[in-house]
Design a protein around this ligand. Structure first.
Ligand SMILES: C[S@@+](CC[C@H](N)C(=O)[O-])C[C@H]1O[C@@H](n2cnc3c(N)ncnc32)[C@H](O)[C@@H]1O
Length: 265
């Protein structure tokens, strides 16, 4: 197993996220291919799954990801799958693994699945299906972890990438799997106002932000990066470099900025 990449560079300028492509053909065309056991473990470890997590596997196949999350990591989980026979097989496998109470399986279209309970979302789908899911994934609670086997999320760059040997993989000649992890960033784009005339404008592209403010006649900008709701500014700011997003507030110790809808503070 080799760690391929971890820290990504900040993009030159924060741009609004690109639009996803039109709906893919039929999502049913995602074939049933299993994630090998060692890759399943690596994927769940990459997501940092632990007791208290709720893992939703989109297109759960024979249920192995949700069952492993329950059996090895103590998490609860839901697998959604459109092939009835695979749902029945998953439920039987969960029962024989002794985790039927923690690992639920539904015969359901993944695009119609309520993801709001997920603290972790897992996927082994196709690139265009991932892109169609992206808006729903970005709308999840900040801090939700998303992991994907082999396919990324387009211009939403992963927070971490891992390449693992996959000798049991049934497709491809390389016998390696690429694993990606994202943490849903808090939505921060807009105007933020604090005490003493503090006024920030934030533009955002996924986890990357650009902060601008005026000091006298001069304008300043600073890049920053989000890990869920935690904002880390990079460089010399006139104040704290670490902030926490709490809904419509940005908090650093006793300092507080509030989101404003209008043009000025
Ligand atoms: C590549 S397999 C992955 C199986 C499992 N997650 C794993 O990693 O071992 C993708 C699964 O998605 C299912 N699938 C395809 N389209 C779906 C849809 N619209 N809703 C739910 N499941 C779907 C397929 O039947 C298939 O079992």
């Amino acid at each position: 197993m080799a760690l391929a990449a971890a820290v990504l560079p900040l993009p030159a300028a924060a741009q609004p996220p690109s639009q996803p492509p039109p709906l893919p053909p039929l999502a049913e065309e995602v074939p049933f291919i299993t994630t090998p056991d060692n890759v399943t473990l690596a994927l769940l470890r990459l997501a940092g799954v632990r007791r208290g997590d709720h893992v939703i596997d989109l297109g759960s196949g024979d249920g192995r990801i949700v069952i492993t999350a329950a059996r090895r990591f103590g998490a609860s989980g839901l697998g959604v799958e459109i092939v009835p026979e695979l749902v029945a097989r998953s439920r039987a496998a969960a029962a024989s693994a002794g985790v039927a109470a923690k690992a639920e399986f539904l015969e359901q279209d993944l695009f119609k699945t309520d993801l709001s309970r997920a603290t972790v979302v897992t996927m082994y789908l196709l690139p265009e299906v991932n892109l169609q899911l992206r808006p729903a994934l970005l709308a999840l609670a900040p801090g939700t972890r998303i992991v994907s086997h082999d396919w990324d999320l387009g211009d939403w760059l992963p927070d971490e990438t891992l390449v693992v040997d996959a000798p049991a993989k049934t497709i491809g000649r390389e016998k390696k799997s690429r694993l990606y992890r994202w943490v849903v960033p808090a939505p921060l784009a807009g105007l933020w106002c604090g005490d003493g005339g503090l006024q920030w404008r934030i533009s955002q592209q996924y986890q990357f932000v650009q902060l601008s403010w005026q000091q006298g006649p001069r304008g300043w900008t600073l890049p920053g990066r989000l890990d869920g709701a935690a904002l880390q500014l990079v460089g010399a700011a006139p104040g704290p470099l670490r902030w926490q997003a709490r809904g419509d507030e940005l908090v650093a110790g006793a300092q507080r900025l509030r989101r404003r809808g209008g043009e000025g503070c």
